[in-house]
Design a protein around this ligand. Structure first.
Ligand code: NAD
Ligand code: ZN
Length: 363
């Protein structure tokens, strides 16, 4: 067949995620949610030169009367700021965007989060179509409606819940993604298996070569299954009052590592997916140490992540005490002490509060 997959996401609004190769050339699908005469394409300085002309051409051919403008960010997490958010709103103003305008977020999670937040605020909320271009954005940030920018005081401190009208994930765009970014996305894919479905972990073990070779069918399957897991949990708990917190598996440790190294995300520091890979292994080891989960499951998770080229140990030079201090400040930490997503075993996660700090230091 066409190799396309759909995942329907419940909620208000409900929307459809379409996944597969060649979708960037599917003008009808890209414009299916379009209601007005204005479109703003938001992208970054790496992605725009590769794909923005094609997206714009597709929009134009599907809707000849559309007024289209572009807003391009310099690439990188450090651009996910209130100041760039303001620039994006200015671009909507210059376009003369009305309440029925639509934003197209063409890029990774940085573009998706910033464009989504701008769309949530322009005239108190306009449509956004997410066109994710990183694996992480396809399996995580474009799904679920969270949008945000960073402040000097911390990541994602300002934002809104603003679900997209549609998500169009063209797996062919992943061919240009740097290897390291692909692996970071695979860490989040592994996370879904780790918290929801041990069978998916087996599937990932069996398909690891195809995934690393960027086989379209394997990628589309992994993305569709990941989106399904996330969409289901978000539908049950849209505002993260309970179960959605399971998606933070590996993230308490991971965020501490990222914060301690100063969100390097560069050559020397771990990026988010890498930090989460380490964090998941530590969470699994902690679960085993507390007698909640089999040690063999933690080892198996570690092997899978290693096979994907991901790190599984805290980087040398980061002190456990400093990481622990960071975890005490985590915005998800509860009044009742350190809170972790732990395992009852592969595929079965739950929130555990009041975890003993000595056990955390031990792993
Ligand atoms: P990113 O957007 O910075 O993209 C990573 C790098 O890849 C960038 O340099 C980008 O220019 C480049 N790139 C993107 N697509 C490419 C392609 N197809 N070919 C070549 N280069 C390409 O990072 P990311 O990992 O996609 O997203 C991280 C962000 O997502 C963080 O800010 C994080 O907070 C956010 N996030 C949000 C949610 C949510 O629910 N909203 C969930 C997870 C992460
Ligand atoms: Zn994450």
């Amino acid at each position: 067949g066409t190799g396309l997959r759909d995942v329907d996401v419940a909620g208000d609004p409900a929307y459809r995620i379409t996944i597969g190769p060649g979708l960037l050339d599917d003008g009808a699908r890209l414009t299916s949610a379009l209601r007005g005469r204005h479109a703003l394409i938001v992208s970054d300085s790496n992605v725009a030169p590769l794909y923005a002309d094609r997206l714009e051409a597709m929009l134009r051919s599907a809707r000849p009367n559309l007024s289209i403008a572009r807003f391009e960010l310099p690439a990188g997490e450090h651009e996910k700021t209130l100041s760039r958010f303001g620039d994006c709103l200015d671009a909507l103003a210059r376009l003369g965007a009305t309440r029925d305008a639509c934003v197209f977020a063409l890029g990774g999670g940085v573009v998706g989060d910033l464009a989504g937040f701008a769309a949530s605020c322009w005239m108190r909320g306009i449509d956004i179509v997410q066109v994710p271009t990183t694996l992480l954005a396809m399996v995580d940030s474009s799904v679920g409606g969270k949008t945000a920018v960073d402040l000097p005081a911390g990541k994602n401190l300002v934002g809104a819940f603003h679900p997209p009208r549609a998500v169009v994930a063209d797996t062919a765009m992943l061919r240009t993604l740097p290897d390291r970014e692909l692996r970071a996305g695979l860490a989040e894919v592994v996370k879904y298996g780790a918290i929801f479905d041990a069978g998916f972990l087996e599937w990932l073990e069996a398909n690891r070569v195809a995934l690393l070779e960027r086989d379209d069918a394997a990628l589309a399957e992994a993305i569709a299954r990941s989106c399904r897991y996330k969409a289901d949990v978000v539908a049950r708990d849209p505002f993260e009052r309970g179960e959605r917190a399971l998606l933070n598996f590996g993230h308490t440790f991971g965020h501490a590592i990222e914060a301690e190294q100063g969100y390097a995300g560069s050559a020397d520091g771990l990026n988010h997916g890498e930090a989460v890979a380490v964090g998941m292994v530590l969470a699994a080891r902690l679960s085993a140490r507390l007698g909640l989960a089999p040690r063999a499951d933690a080892e198996r998770l570690q092997h899978l992540l290693t096979a994907f080229g991901l790190p599984v140990e805290v980087p040398a030079g980061l002190s456990p005490d400093a990481l622990l201090a960071r975890m005490r400040l985590d915005k998800k930490a509860a009044a009742d002490g350190l809170r972790f997503i732990l395992w009852d075993g592969a595929g079965q996660a739950r929130v555990v509060a009041g975890v003993d700090e000595a056990q955390v230091l031990a792993v």
